[in-house]
Design a protein around this ligand. Structure first.
Ligand code: UDP
Ligand code: MG
Length: 338
């Protein structure tokens, strides 16, 4: 296999020149309540970046009027492209499809709900001009989130970073600017099931944080139930790291040590102590339940990898496009090729 080598002639040692095209990629699932406001606020900010811009909205199988609103936006604004998915393929697929369609020298990925304030984009552009290849939004505050989500997200980000074989920034979502070379490297990856927060750091390049306060959703509701978040978190870990597989070694070692201790206790209590039968029974029960649990969990972990391997081998595309509106309509593929 050959490696990916981007067009490095355009990667700067220091500053990038002014001008160029900035693409904004926005995944949208049931965002009719907010999308017009998002577009208005975004275009007002983009006028201040000193770059031409295009906005790529990806309608990820919305069941509300999101698509109708996006059609209206595309009809009014020639810098808008709308990619309509054939069904709901998920945010990761929507972001990837937008990235593949974007033509900018720099590409910003942002949510549709104004939780990532568009006003941060000019700062990202400045960081990029100053030499960063990835300018990622790093969250200082997260207003409007439950304490439960804040704690679990923070713990999860740290767990993910500690298990990842390459450095990944913490307290960071999908809101970031990618240089064309980084976007090309990520688009070129052949894997179907994609977790961009893992893929972008994997590619390397120069990453720089742009600090911001994450706002509450402007309107509508989160599309992530706790169950869907758990699925995303599992995907993220398994797609980015084989550490969970190795955990089975740790579990096996733990089982062996516990078994040894329990057996010792069981043996000793047959010689001493008044209630030796109970103690021996307790020790044996502990061993039996461990013997049953550890291999079951190990098989489940292996199963998660096998399931994902099977999906990759099947080779189905990550998304299917029903229709594309706007100025990139003709030149784009209808699905992500293998
Ligand atoms: N989204 C998507 N497909 C989905 C779920 C979400 O394209 O299946 C989009 C959604 O419209 C939003 C972004 O992904 O632009 C983040 O979703 P959301 O705001 O619901 O997540 P949260 O901010 O609550 O984690
Ligand atoms: Mg949101």
């Amino acid at each position: 296999m050959s490696g990916f080598s981007p067009d490095t002639t355009r990667l700067p040692d220091r500053r990038r020149p002014t001008g160029g095209l900035l693409s904004i990629v926005i995944p949208c699932h049931n965002e009719a309540a907010v999308i017009d406001d998002t577009h208005a606020r975004l275009t007002a900010v983009l006028a201040t970046t000193g770059m031409d811009h295009e906005i790529v909205y990806v309608d990820d199988g919305s069941r509300d009027d999101t698509l109708g609103r996006l059609e209206g936006i595309a009809a009014r604004d020639p810098r808008v492209t709308v990619i309509e998915f054939a069904r709901n393929f998920g945010q990761q697929a929507a972001m990837s499809a937008g990235l593949a369609a974007a033509r900018g020298d720099a590409i910003v990925i942002t949510d549709a709900d104004l939780q990532d304030p568009p006003e941060v984009i000019p700062e990202m552009v400045r960081a990029w001009r100053n030499g960063a290849d990835v300018a990622y939004g790093r969250r200082r505050q997260r207003a409007g989130e439950t304490a439960f989500k804040l704690v679990t997200a923070s713990l999860y980000h740290r767990l993910f970073a500690s298990l990842s074989p390459y450095p990944v920034p913490v307290d960071t979502g999908d809101f970031k600017l990618l240089d064309r070379a980084v976007a090309d490297a990520v688009i070129a990856l052949p894997e179907k099931r994609r977790y961009l927060r893992g893929l972008v750091p994997w590619a390397g390049f120069r990453h720089e944080p742009v600090w911001y306060d994450r706002h509450p959703r402007a309107a509508g509701e989160t599309k992530y139930s706790p169950w869907k978040l758990l699925k995303l978190a599992t995907d993220a870990l398994i797609l980015s790291s084989d550490a969970p597989l190795r955990l089975t070694w740790v579990a096996a070692a733990g089982l062996a040590v516990t078994g040894l201790i329990a057996t010792t206790i069981a043996t000793l209590t047959t010689w001493i102590g008044p209630s030796r039968e109970q103690v021996s029974l307790a020790a044996l029960t502990a061993i039996a339940s461990l013997v049953a649990t550890v291999p079951t969990v190990a098989v489940a972990i292996v199963g998660e990898y096998v399931a994902r391997t099977y999906r990759e081998v099947q080779g189905r595309p990550t998304w299917v496009i029903r229709r594309t509106l706007g100025r990139t309509a003709e030149a784009r593929p209808t699905s992500r090729a293998a």
